[in-house]
Design a protein around this ligand. Structure first.
Ligand SMILES: *Cc1c(COP(=O)(O)O)cnc(C)c1O
Length: 397
């Protein structure tokens, strides 16, 4: 079945004429999806191990989210923050009771980072403005977020960058200690680096950052845009680190694929985002909030945190075994359903070859094949995907 009125080629022609070419796109037009499967305009089926860049945390068109959006759209689509809406209060309650603090909503990850940085500067005393972030981090593309993103390739040609940012190597507590001073407002870190190649911190690293922040009197911000909403097998990644951040950012899977971002800030820090100091016109709108509530309910009612941990172990088992067989796999890095294969060769050709076999994966940081599958992925789908990737890697030339 197809609902497309144009072929993939005809749609691509429209893009060539009318859309700014700032993205590298696969030459395929997707038209319909269900769970971990998606179909193109020609009716070809793909198994997607990277649905929606991690935003489709429940896969394509999760039924309860679709129903919640449908129902909400008949009553109110948009209401700005000059009014109260039940869904925003309820979604904030859901997030707070599964994590901590109070919520502010926006529409994307970068916007959540902007809010977190602004709040950290507002909360800490006058003169504290510096933000310490980490090499190979990724925090988004708006100016503060991309300045915090410590990868030179994302800064090329767009300077001057924002003032007040300092960068430390990941997993290096001594370096952080030497960068943090009386001008530091916050340390900002992804509890597992995503775009940087699925980099998992040493056990003492996140607790060490908490200690440094407390001693220095600055805040600790966790960017859980990619790691949140069950992605790592708990609601949020901080819950496995044994420390709580002062501010946490969220987006990607937050509303099951509907554009939605937000922060949670501790009870102590939250009031510093005082009246009139920040806003987002679309932030916390009824449609996104209804989708977010339905996403959270689905995760709990369907036992998807458990499924995440089980499918994580299944991926790990398959890929560890493959690593023993194939020397081009240098390392297998798995945290929940963040699954990275570090290769000794470029990862990009693997993406194209997997697509030819009907399996969608991502390449990041030059040599890492990255998977962010839906939390609802089945054992059969894991096996199908792992088999295709194994065949592609066995034939890598
Ligand atoms: C994707 C991502 C962002 C940016 O989110 P956008 O919605 O694209 O602005 C920020 N932080 C992390 C950790 C991400 O993975």
């Amino acid at each position: 079945m197809t609902i497309a009125t144009r072929s993939s080629q005809d749609t691509i022609a429209l893009f060539e004429k009318y859309v700014i070419p700032n993205y590298r796109r696969s030459p395929v037009c997707l038209v319909r999806g269900e769970g971990s499967q998606v179909w193109d305009a020609e009716g070809r089926r793909y198994l997607d191990l990277f649905p929606g860049w991690g935003c489709n945390i429940l896969g394509y068109c999760p039924p309860r989210v679709v129903e919640a959006i449908r129902e909400q759209a008949t009553r109110l689509i948009h209401v700005p923050n000059t009014w109260y809406i039940e869904a925003q209060g309820e979604f904030a309650e859901i997030l707070s009771t599964r994590a901590f603090g109070k919520a502010f909503f926006c529409n994307s990850g970068a916007e959540a980072i902007e809010a977190a940085i602004k709040l950290a500067r507002l909360h800490t005393p006058e003169g504290r403005h510096k933000i310490v972030s980490f090499h190979n981090s990724f925090h988004g593309r708006t100016y503060a977020a991309v300045t915090a993103t410590a990868q030179p390739k994302y800064h090329e040609g767009i300077g001057p960058m924002m003032a007040g940012f300092r960068y430390a190597p990941f997993n290096d507590l001594d370096a952080v200690e030497s960068l943090v001073d009386e001008e530091t407002a916050a340390i900002l870190i992804e509890p597992v680096q995503g775009e940087g190649g699925i980099n998992i911190p040493d056990e003492d690293f996140l607790p060490g950052l908490r200690k440094i922040a407390d001693e220095a009197g600055c805040l600790l911000i966790f960017d859980e845009v990619q790691t949140g909403m069950g992605r790592t097998g708990t609601w949020f990644a901080f819950q496995q680190a044994g420390v709580r951040p002062d501010i946490m950012t969220m987006a990607k899977g937050l509303a099951g694929g509907v554009a939605c971002g937000g922060i949670l800030a501790s009870e102590e820090v939250a009031p510093s985002l005082r009246l009139g100091m920040h806003a987002s016109t679309f932030g916390g709108n009824p449609l996104a909030m209804a989708a977010g509530i339905a996403t959270a309910r689905t995760i709990e009612e369907d036992g998807l945190l458990e499924n995440c941990r089980e499918m994580s172990a299944r991926f790990r088992g398959r890929f560890e075994k493959l690593k023993d067989e194939l020397p081009i796999i240098a390392e297998v890095r798995v945290k929940g359903l963040m699954v990275g294969l570090e290769l000794t060769v470029p990862a990009m050709p693997v993406v194209g070859k997997c697509m030819e076999r009907g399996v969608l994966v991502n390449a990041t940081h030059d040599t890492v094949v990255r998977h962010l599958p839906a939390l609802s992925i089945t054992a059969e789908e894991v096996d199908e995907g792992a088999h295709a990737i194994a065949e592609v890697l066995r034939n890598y030339v």
